[in-house]
Design a protein around this ligand. Structure first.
Ligand code: MSP
Length: 524
């Protein structure tokens, strides 16, 4: 398979110190929508997600809970992180844990190579460390307050908690050697970091100068042991970033690696720097091609601040899916927020969009058309006769929406893809109001016209089912079944959705329950 047909997408691997909130689910859904789109287009697609289980943060959480870090990680993975994927309907191809043997194996190979090639040396370091970020901080990254529990202490700006002063003999990665090559990469390949705001920030950061990176710790032992010095464990970010390579067989299965690599990395903008600076430098040192792209999406905000568990603003995804359903969750976050920008969540906004867009806009359209075919044609899809200009306009809308949505997905503009597809919903609703099939149904002379109108509307729904299936797989599955379309919905190539006339006249159309039922009580 040609490399251009391969689409390997990754999410960050999540810390298992706590349970997921809708911010984590947001990244997962975006990754899932993109990969479902590619998979359904016939591209050789792979979606990787997983968990980040080493380091001081997890160790401390385990100790605070009177358990070992491995037991704690096992519990969180099985009770919280794997169930999350079910809750929001993620179709991942793999799930990697940094405690997997396959991961450790690949990491050791990689480290040894860097060490043998002279990219790692032993040195002394003293600095401020934030355990929440698992990162050494510069003074610019810190703040101080005059009141509260932490008065007079240096706090991490992200976590607003005190940093710790660490002084250790460590191993260092020669990251500073890669400053020019990184800047050159950002310059010659503007797509490498997206969106533009994240790209600019990273270029600024690297231009200020890169230091070498401390990549080992000896004050605790929860991590992968450094192969040439077992009194040290590997720095958790160095360990975690390597998951993208070890999961596809780095050092062990070259064929699989070559088939998948290079990856597109979807991350929150908070961790874009690790992915767009440290990670490509590591790959350059090891002589591996850099990733195809690092995309840093925006944050879900609550009260203007990044939603986070440590600030007690986290909302569990199940709180939303239990009331609105999984499709509504997926649709809402993908359509309401421009992908790449920050966005605020509110129950009122979710509720209003559910009602206006999903229930009244799309769901009602689907129910009405299917009900009319059932009522006027006994559930047998009529054949179209001559197409009028209005019918041809619908065909053109469907064709254009397909092309525009595919282009938007290719630039990771998921919200634009949905709005391109939504032009079909809007045009079809207008078409039905103007064509008045219920009036055409009253006389025999207009029976042929009625057939054309209902075939046109059904074909529009067929295209909508295919195009929306990556976003709202449950509802579109029901619609697909009701339309009596042949083949599995998952097998319908999205890029071909705009080709008119795929429904067979004579197919059996079955009644459809409301796809988005009325919600009686909305949580506050
Ligand atoms: N373990 C590291 C990532 C290692 S990747 C090699 C980590 N984990 S995390 O559990 O803190 O997850 C961070 C990611 O969760 C963010 O990059 C983002 O994808 C997602 N989000 C967490 N909070 C979020 C919001 N409030 N809004 C949007 N995304 C959020 O960092």
């Amino acid at each position: 398979m040609a490399a251009s047909d391969s689409f390997y997408l990754t999410t960050p691997i999540f810390y298992v110190n706590d349970v997921p909130h809708i911010g984590h689910a947001y990244t997962e859904v975006a990754a899932d929508v993109l990969t479902r789109w590619h998979r359904q287009s016939g591209d050789d697609t792979w979606l990787l997600t997983g968990t980040d289980e080493h380091g001081q943060k997890i160790l401390r959480t385990a100790v605070a809970n009177d358990t070992t870090p491995k037991e704690w990680a096992d519990k969180l993975v099985h009770d919280a992180w794997l169930p999350l994927l079910e809750t929001i309907n993620i179709r991942n191809d793999d799930f990697i844990r940094t405690t997997d043997e396959r991961h450790e194996k690949g990491v050791l190979i990689f480290l040894q190579k860097l060490y043998d090639d002279g990219y790692i040396y032993s040195g002394e370091y003293e600095g401020y460390y934030c355990v929440g970020c698992e990162e050494y901080k510069q003074l610019d990254d810190l703040m101080e307050t005059e009141d509260g529990d932490f008065a007079g202490q240096k706090l991490c700006k992200i976590h607003t908690r005190p940093v710790e002063v660490l002084k250790e003999r460590n191993y260092f990665f020669r990251m500073s050697d890669f400053q020019d090559r990184l800047l050159d990469l950002y310059e010659t390949n503007p797509q490498f970091i997206q969106p533009e705001s994240v790209r600019n920030e990273i270029i600024q950061f690297v231009k200020q100068g890169l230091s070498d990176l401390s990549v080992s710790r000896s004050s605790f032992d929860w991590g992968i042991k450094i192969p040439w010095d077992e009194s040290h464990v590997l720095y958790v970010w160095f360990d975690a970033l390597l998951n993208y390579a070890t999961a596809i067989g780095y050092g062990v299965d070259q064929e699989q690696f070559d088939r998948r690599w290079p990856a597109t990395h979807l991350v929150g903008k908070d961790i874009a720097r690790f992915h767009a600076v440290i990670w490509p430098a590591m790959l350059m040192a090891a002589g591996i091609e850099v990733p195809r792209q690092v995309f840093g999406h925006g944050w879900l905000l609550v009260g203007g601040e990044k939603m986070s568990k440590s600030k007690l603003t986290g909302i569990a995804p199940s709180q939303i899916t239990e009331t609105f359903g999984v499709d509504a969750f997926r649709y809402y976050f993908m359509s309401a927020i421009s992908f790449g920008q920050d966005g605020s969540f509110s129950w009122e906004d979710l509720s209003a969009r559910y009602q206006a867009e999903l229930a009244n806009g799309f769901g009602n359209l689907a129910s009405r058309v299917v009900a009319m075919v059932t009522r006027y044609y006994d559930g047998v899809l009529p054949a179209p006769a001559d197409y009028s200009d209005a019918d041809l306009a619908i065909q053109a809308t469907v064709a254009k929406a397909t092309v525009n949505a595919d282009a938007a997905i290719n630039s990771l503009a998921i919200h634009e893809a949905i709005s391109a597809i939504w032009t079909i919903v809007e045009e079809l609703n207008g078409y039905i109001t103007i064509q008045e099939p219920w009036v055409l149904a009253k006389q025999d002379e207009t029976r042929e016209r009625l057939g054309t109108v209902l075939y046109t509307a059904s074909e529009g729904l067929r295209a909508l089912a295919v195009l929306l299936s990556p976003v709202i797989p449950e509802a579109t599955g029901k619609l697909w079944a009701a339309l009596g379309a042949s083949g599995a919905l998952d097998d319908q190539p999205v890029r071909d959705a705009g080709r008119w006339g795929q429904l067979e006249p004579g197919a059996g159309v079955a009644p459809l329950e409301p796809l988005f039922p009325r919600i009686e009580e909305v949580p506050a």
